[in-house]
Design a protein around this ligand. Sequence first.
Ligand SMILES: *Cc1c(COP(=O)(O)O)cnc(C)c1O
Length: 334
Amino acid sequence: MILQPKKNIAHLPTRIEALQNLSSWLGGPRIYIKRDDQTGLAFGGNKTRKLEYLAADALNCKARTLITTGALQSNHCRQTAACSAQLGLDCVLVLVGKSDADLSGNYLLSKLLGAEIVFAEAGTRDTVLAETYNRLEESGRQPYLIPYGGSNSIGVAGYIEAMQELMVQIQGKNEVLKEPPDWIVFASSSGGTQAGLMLGAWITEFSGEVLGISVEESSETLRVRIAKIVEETAKFLDIPYSIIDSDVNIDDSYLGGGYGVLGVLEREAINLFARYEGILLDPVYTGRAAGGLIDLIRHGFFLNEDRILFWHTGGQPAIFADAYQSQLLSQPFQ
Ligand SMILES: *Cc1c(COP(=O)(O)O)cnc(C)c1O
């Protein structure tokens, strides 16, 4: 298997750290963390790895404008805006929201990074995206479409490479993690991260489990989506791996009040990681995934001798979104 060419943008390899304080406080298995919140590109996150491959493809296609879509507080859109600025390309973002939205968090950063914003409603997002793309094309701005979350067979290469990076770190006798973890746990949404980790696990003969915590959708929906991305990417990269939906390991028990709704589960995880480890999680993705991980530990889901790697996928600018900052320290975490 040969990955497509990429543009070197990310700060790699990201560190692996041991969460000793949190592990002993929880009294369960040893928890480690992979710091993909530190990938660079305007506060980092998992989209940077995908964008390395997508950006190379865009330049190869002679694009002059990157266009993508997401929620108002989308990390993917903020990182795409930063990537465009770095490459000297224009950036157009179709965001689900209204033009009078509070200028904070990722939305503020996307504007600061020079992105042009087009607003859409959730139901018409894809139509508005297609219309905007056509308009850009007609006016000669040579748009390159990056799908939602950067999760197509080009972007996924970033997480195949990430899995290879992890195995090289472990085989190179990483000072904190000397053997493969039994579990890799992380937030899963548009599915590219999980698809890449799964393909990478197969290629590197990783012996542990790759467990995505869904932040938005049912296990059934997400399994089908991820299996499809895996299949398309395997075909695109000529990897002889075949997959059935049930191979995709997803836990959807932590959807709480829905996408982006900050509940006690997320607030506890954010506060524990901050106070015991000095590590910041975000309210939408990593807060929920870490909350799920903590709950699984409390329910004895893992063996006590397991090594668990929590893959931090970034997202911290959302801490400063008006919608969240006032709630993070409310009861019982004052
Ligand atoms: C996009 C995102 C995810 C989900 O990754 P997918 O590849 O879309 O499944 C997780 N965490 C953060 C912080 C993200 O921005």
